[in-house]
Write a protein that binds this ligand. Structure first.
Ligand code: M6R
Length: 613
């Protein structure tokens, strides 16, 4: 939800700002803008649409300067338009602000400012910030810092801000409350960005600002204070992320690259967490086997794709640990007044670690005295910092808006955790654990097998991408896979798709089935009766002439006459089959989107990181 950048130093600011914004464009692409000081004063350029439009404008009307801020927008308040694009200015044009987040009390602040004579031009919440600072300055604030503190004390909601002040062309300011912001510390130059990948090609030394902090950035250094002006000392952290990991590496899209990275990501996770003698390693984990022994309830909270991972986690944890596990969407959990006792472990799943509803749920649970464990991909993210324990999914930066490698890494994390907890509680034996780990270790190769068959998956997508809708059916461990396959399809191909528990089909969605409806049926073989039940469900679809696309186990002939098309996947243990099956569905969605000509890495209306409610 919006990306912000800032630079001060001895180099030209605009190319650096544009490079940073290019890496942040996945956070929003409704409009883009920059502000910089050139020799004459504060110059703002902004454009509705993609960053490339701003790039074109800057070619014709270049902006020079060694200090600047930039923004790429996902519209919340006010339609995507030039007027609503950031940076926003005060009445005098001396203060420019870029913002990620939402100022929740902006209407009352705006009314009060308008009553004092301030002129607003946009419909955004952000515009109150430069006006509040301007008002504090005219009310006698002794310094710009003091005016900024006064303004921010009045603002309620979430913000990461970059701020330029015309009277101080040697510096810029940044502030954070509830939205992600990282400060990059260079030699004679400083940066800010919404996340590390945007600045990693310039510096790996970073400061993670805390909520309620303001940074003053000059070429000579960074000074951090709280909202009362007291200095706060921060450790500089050196991040390990490589600049190449935020490049497409020859793939046509980030999503395709990330789909192909899955075997490597999962193998690395296995190497990190499985010892040569086949036990699960949890380095620096923070929750002991003794803790898990006594645990009797787990609540998993997450959103979107991460919610589907949570659904899978519930099934696996219940199976291997016999702990009662529930799942909920962050946006529901936080408002439903759940009955949770302090003994419940809250597990938050999030790629970004910045999803507003997931974070709010964790904070709420902490206030009830619950322990929190996060399964997260981004070191230094807010979720990581507020959780008691963290399982890092180590998938590397995920740039494609549609989550792929982060999802399978979340499933793998649940696999490893469930085995670890099951062993700690004595619910599974050492021997069971070794068998489970061996089966988990077969997953990366099984995914390779699916990737090698991508041309046949593309042919199926080419055949079925046209219709208005599709249905995805799965049972038990693959019910979440059906939901995830449908989500992938709708978010990148814009074809309506519905995921359903196959056994529920008779209770409604069967009415949708006719000879035009593609029905993706996940029917890989299982050790129990679920497979046979799934075959019955496929037959019910066939009887109504639905166009069946089966995801089936290699060598299984049961669908030869039932299905119009079959994607074969290698045999895997039931419990871990979702890690493989979902890759077939990712590719199916990918090629459908390609055939429909959508912008796969930046689907319309979406943003990678949902930092507002
Ligand atoms: O960063 P998070 O995992 O917390 O994000 C949660 C969802 O916003 C995210 O999974 C979203 O649903 C993806 N676009 C799905 O591909």
């Amino acid at each position: 939800m919006c990306g912000i950048v800032g630079y001060v130093g001895s180099r030209e600011a605009v190319p650096l700002l544009m490079a940073g914004l290019t890496n942040l464009e996945y956070r929003g692409y409704d409009s883009a803008g920059i502000a910089a000081f050139d020799g004459t004063g504060l110059i703002v350029q902004k454009c509705v649409g993609r960053l490339s439009a701003l790039g074109e404008r800057l070619k014709n009307e270049p902006v020079e300067g060694r200090v600047g801020i930039g923004h790429t927008r996902w519209a919340t308040h006010g339609e995507p338009s030039e007027i609503n694009s950031h940076p926003h200015l005060d009445c005098t044009g001396r203060i420019a602000v870029v913002h990620n987040g939402i100022i929740e009390n902006y209407q009352e602040l705006r009314a009060a400012l308008e009553a004092k004579g301030h002129q607003f031009i946009s419909q955004t919440d952000t515009e109150v910030i430069p006006h509040l600072i301007e008002a504090a300055l005219s009310d006698g604030a002794k310094s710009f810092e003091e005016a900024l503190q006064t303004a921010l004390k009045l603002a309620r909601g979430a913000y990461a801000l970059g701020i330029l002040f015309k009277d101080q062309p040697d510096r810029f300011y940044a502030a954070r409350h509830g939205s992600p912001l990282v400060v990059g510390v260079g030699k004679g130059e400083q940066f800010i960005a919404s996340d590390v990948p945007a600045i990693v090609s310039q510096t790996r030394d970073v400061i993670y600002l805390n909520d309620g902090e303001i940074a003053t950035l000059t070429p000579d250094g960074v000074r951090v204070t709280n909202l009362d002006g007291q200095e706060v000392k921060h450790e500089i952290v050196t991040v390990t992320l490589r600049a190449e990991s935020v490049e497409r590496a020859g793939f046509e899209t980030f999503m395709l690259k990330e789909i192909h990275e899955q075997p490597r990501v999962l193998r690395n996770l296995l190497d990190k967490h499985v010892s040569p003698d086949s036990s699960v390693l949890m380095p620096g984990f923070g929750l002991s086997p003794q803790y898990f022994k006594k645990l009797n309830r787990v609540m998993i909270v997450s959103c979107g794709t991460a919610y589907h991972a949570g659904m899978y986690g519930k099934l696996l944890l219940e199976n291997l640990t016999r702990i009662a596990v529930e799942t909920d969407l962050g946006s529901e959990f936080r408002y439903r007044d759940p009955k949770i006792d302090p003994g419940t472990l809250i597990v938050a799943v999030s790629q970004s670690g910045e999803t507003a509803d997931t974070l709010a749920s964790v904070r709420m649970a902490k206030s009830w005295g619950c322990k929190t464990l996060s399964i997260c991909n981004v070191p230094g993210s807010t979720l990581v910092r507020v959780s008691d324990a963290v399982f890092f999914t180590d998938a590397g930066p995920e740039i494609g808006v549609a989550s792929t490698k982060a999802y399978t890494a979340q499933l793998m994390a649940f696999g490893l955790l469930a085995i670890h907890i099951g062993l700690s509680r004595g619910e599974i034996s050492e021997k069971d654990a070794q068998t489970l780990l061996r089966d988990l270790q077969a997953i990366p190769d099984a995914i390779h097998y699916v990737l090698r068959r991508k041309d046949s998956i593309r042919a199926i997508a080419d055949k079925h991408h046209d219709g208005p809708s599709s249905l995805y059916l799965g049972r038990r461990f693959n019910y979440p896979t059906a939901l995830e396959g449908a989500l992938k399809n709708k978010e990148i191909s814009y074809q309506h798709a519905e995921g359903y528990a196959a056994g529920e089909m008779k209770h409604g969605p069967i009415a949708l089935i006719n000879e035009y409806l593609p029905v993706v049926c996940i029917c890989t073989k299982t050790r129990d009766e679920v497979y046979e039940k799934m075959i019955s469900n496929v037959k019910e679809v066939e009887a109504r002439h639905g166009k069946i696309i089966a995801i089936a186990t290699d060598g299984d002939t049961a669908f030869d006459r039932l299905a119009e098309d079959i994607v074969f996947v290698p045999p895997t243990r039931d419990e871990f089959s979702p890690l493989v099956n979902v890759v077939a569905l990712q590719l199916l969605a990918y090629y459908a989107a390609q055939a429909r000509g959508t912008d796969i890495d930046k689907p319309r209306n979406l943003a990678k990181s949902v930092t507002v409610e």
